[in-house]
Design a protein around this ligand. Sequence first.
Ligand SMILES: Nc1ncnc2c1ncn2[C@@H]1O[C@H](COP(=O)(O)OP(=O)(O)O)[C@@H](O)[C@H]1O
Ligand SMILES: [Mg+2]
Length: 567
Amino acid sequence: MTQHVLADEVAQAEVVDRRSADQDRERFIGRVVSCDGAFAIIHADAVEVASGEADYWSIGRLVSIDVEEKRIVGLVFNMNLLEADWDKDTNNIMRIQAELVGEVSDGEDGRQYFDRGITTYPYLGAKAHKIRKTDLAAVHHPTDDDAVKIGRLSQDAGIAAVVCVEKLLSRHFAVVGTTGVGKSSTVALLLRQVIAVKPDLRVLMFDPHNEYSNAFSDCSVTIDTHTLDLPFWLFQHEEFAEVVFRGRPRVEEEVGALGDLIAIAKTNYANKRAQNNGIVKRVLDSNSGITADSPIPYRMSDLFALIEEEIGQLEGRYDRIKLRSLKNRLDALVNDPRYRFMFAARTIEDNLFDVVSQVFRFPHDNRPITILQLAGMPTEVVNSVVSVLCRIGFDLALWGDGACEVLMLCEEAHRYVPGEVETGFAPTRQAIARIAKEGRKFGCYLGVVTQRPGELDATILSQCSTVFAMRLANDRDQEIIRSAIADSSIGTISFLSSIGNREAIAFGEAVMTPMRIKFSDLPYEYIPRAPLFEHASNREETVPGAPVDLTMILDRMRAMSRNTGVL
Ligand SMILES: Nc1ncnc2c1ncn2[C@@H]1O[C@H](COP(=O)(O)OP(=O)(O)O)[C@@H](O)[C@H]1O
Ligand SMILES: [Mg+2]
């Protein structure tokens, strides 16, 4: 009702305006007809402008509302006509909904300043119009000096889109969007900019498609199962059990026995080492506090001997059949070439130093990024390896007292921390959740990338204070993003289904205000590409009907599976 009265006023104002000399200019002006503090409704004349000058009334754009000496900035998120139909003979009034994002004021130095808070709200009838370029620049002008450019505003390609690196990292970030919209390229772009500002940051990238090695050939090292050295004793009980049972249903009695015996093997090792060093008089016993989770080495041969010993006991603690079965599983595991990276070291020694230096790049030699290629690794191995490394990364930051800042980048994060608790691997979830919740205090940061935010653990996503939301087709996924980001209006992301490739709505801590951006062009050699794509792009033109060289394809397949250990 009120709106209609006001609409009439607007219409009347328009009639008067049209008579004025400044007729055309006025037609581009809207009036505030409703405001509730967070949002404003603006009515404006829907003029047909061939020059496209009035296209600022468009979803995702910022507009400006004059209030006293200031200009309130609003983000358009919904628009419709007041009347149901377009009438070509009269003025069609548009009803535009805008989220109020802050205000711009003119400083004494003649510059414009943007503030996220609003001190004076728009009054009814206040003029709304296209935002001035200088105001737009002020809105996106970073306050932090570690800001880096990642693209341009979709609204005005003349204005750079920037993010503040410290805020981006320390409050964690997420890149979400359907396959092919440019997530991986965005990650490549972000990381390049981030390490330019923070050259000592270590980045550990979990790369499930083996696509990042190409993109970072100048500043990373690649580790795959052939080069990874992650000794079995670093695995905690649950992580090791996941590998031993290869993701199949576990036999709890075997898992229990495994834990008990590993604890003994670790105690034995600790004892021996202490005796050799001559520093401990009292021999550690089973009450020493050492558990299967303690980061202490042990010998595999010791574990086998302990199992044999148990089997030989007349009245043993465990079922013999279960023990034999456990022994067989361990035997198979130790001899499986795919698990060589866990059992390769000839002499069991405490090589934690080497492991950490390899994975976390100490010294980094200007290659601070480690790419862990996961494609082809069995799932249970991926789960455990990610879990172990996330734990180590966190501890490294924690005990480093700020000297070692680490960014863990999880592509396809929904695989490690799925929304459904039963489907994920508990230790991985725990390790990642710990980083998400407490990491920033110590300098351990998380970057998550997913095409299925709806399948990602909502608490992890809610810890990501900066989100680059790229195109999302699925309603549920859009809904998730909407609820995960506290300060976004429903409207600002209701158009996530329609934005273009390499475009995103960036929200949160690291950006000045929610913005729709077009990411910068990455040079060809910096674009992530899986090795198979490489073959495709290098392929000679195929002639229709030409025979397929199956031998060559199979050779390639074999070579690939030798690398990945799939077949
Ligand atoms: N910023 C960019 N600069 C240049 N090309 C890009 C950029 N973003 C995306 N692309 C192109 O789009 C393709 C798909 O992007 P990609 O990052 O692999 O998408 P996603 O990870 O979402 O599946 C890339 O191979 C590249 O050709
Ligand atoms: Mg990708």
